[in-house]
Design a protein around this ligand. Sequence first.
Ligand SMILES: C[S@@+](CC[C@H](N)C(=O)[O-])C[C@H]1O[C@@H](n2cnc3c(N)ncnc32)[C@H](O)[C@@H]1O
Length: 226
Amino acid sequence: MSGSTLPAPPSLSDPAAFIREQTTLVSPPLVPELRLWTATEITPLWEATELLMQRTGIEPPFWAYAWPGSQALARFLLDQPQVVAGKRVLDVGSGNGLAALAAARAGAQVVANDVDPMSLVAVALNAEENGLSVEGLLADLTGGEVLVDADVVLVGDLCYDKNITERLLSWLRGRVAAGARVLISEPGRAFAPREGVRALATYTVPTTMELESRTERETVILELLG
Ligand SMILES: C[S@@+](CC[C@H](N)C(=O)[O-])C[C@H]1O[C@@H](n2cnc3c(N)ncnc32)[C@H](O)[C@@H]1O
């Protein structure tokens, strides 16, 4: 046996320490007002996350990036705080929480929701870093078992998967029928809704070749009409 030692596997007991070790504090290009724990490269972090979870074949570490969806939503809300100020806001599929944090900064009472427990750890760290308060909710709301009252529902970049999008859009239409305003930030994913929506704003979001195979993505804020 050689005398070399293997790195200790990351500890599930302290996922916040894992995030701090594996990422760095960065402002997303479109949102210089906020700083978030962000990965510089996807593959090493993905492998480290599999080690942390002691599982393979897991989803990419969505929580480690500000995707074009949340960048555009955050910019929209910070420039037009009246859209959410004083309102109850739900950010579905929050990832690193950027859109949720922008809503909180604009004066909303915010719930950040995701199905990935690591996302909610990242949201809490990012909220702390920016001196903002956001409640985390680990659930798949599209199942209908968990109910959250919200005046405004935010969705950033979730239409990349057919099954997720179908369930999500059906649930979101129910939210519109119940009186909520639903804003979907869409960077041109395959299953984005094309009918029953109106465009409110368009942003050109800088991206990386590694994540998006292109340097920018045109991202539209859509309001779901029902
Ligand atoms: C591409 S990331 C977008 C994250 C963030 N909204 C953004 O734009 O930066 C998609 C996120 O949706 C989450 N997600 C997928 N299905 C979901 C569901 N049914 N309910 C809530 N979150 C979900 C994933 O875990 C992931 O964090």
